[in-house]
Design a protein. Structure first.
Length: 103
């Protein structure tokens, strides 16, 4: 969505970008993203601190909502460490129980 019509502000297109041109380009980019949002997989990429201890490694990181038993850690090759966790939640439509409704 352009804030101003192109006829509002004329400038040679070969010169440096104007704010209006940048806004138009951003608009075109964001409209393209709307069409492809169904293809994007939502993922969470947590940060970890890794410490090497002689013959082992120590990992420190936060995985909110995931129990330690639901986390898999493995070396997929000599230089790649993969950490996977899975959590499932279910939601239902309708009126929430009275205890969950705040006054």
């Amino acid at each position: 969505m352009s804030l101003f019509p192109r006829a509002f502000f004329h400038q040679d297109q070969s010169s440096s970008p104007t704010i209006f041109r940048l806004l138009d380009e951003f608009d075109q980019y964001s409209r393209g993203m709307d069409r492809n949002t169904h293809q994007i997989t939502k993922s969470f990429t947590p940060k970890f601190d890794v410490k090497e201890l002689g013959d082992s490694f120590e990992l420190h990181g936060e995985l909110p909502g995931i129990d330690q038993k639901n986390v898999d850690i493995e070396f997929t090759d000599a230089s790649t460490l993969t950490i996977k966790g899975r959590i499932e939640r279910s939601y239902s439509k309708g009126t929430p129980p009275a205890a969950l409704v705040e006054a």
